[in-house]
Structures are given as C-alpha cells and as structure tokens.
Write a new protein. Structure first.
Length: 64
C-alpha cells in the first residue's frame, strides 16, 4: 500500500500543484481514450461526442 502521509517539509502548495497536475493528466488521458469531439467541454456532452468503440492501450495513462 502507498504511504499517503506527506514527507516532512512538504508544503501544501506543492501537494496542491501535484494534485492539479495529476487531475489534468488523467483528464487528458481519459479524453484521448473516450472522446471524439468537444474535448474542452465547450458544450454539454452528447452521445455523438463519445467514441463508440475504444481502441488502443492505456499504458500512457498516469492513473492506471
């Protein structure tokens, strides 16, 4: 199991930056896997924005 306790001297701002990066990277990975159109969500998602068949591998997804 991963140790979730921050190391001594770790600043909250550093943890927030890593968390923001992690969420953004996962969003990009999920978008590349699942979305066909509207990646910036400029309009509400509709079924035609989502790929009907998922292809490829998920090896570059940071959360997997």
């Amino acid at each position: 199991m991963t140790n979730l306790v921050p190391a001594a001297g770790t600043r909250a701002v550093d943890l927030a930056a890593v968390d923001a990066w992690w969420r953004a990277a996962n969003y990009l990975a999920a978008g590349q896997i699942h979305l066909l159109d509207n990646p910036l969500l400029t309009e509400p998602l509709r079924p035609e924005h989502v790929k009907s068949r998922l292809l490829g591998h998920w090896g570059t997804s940071p959360g997997l």
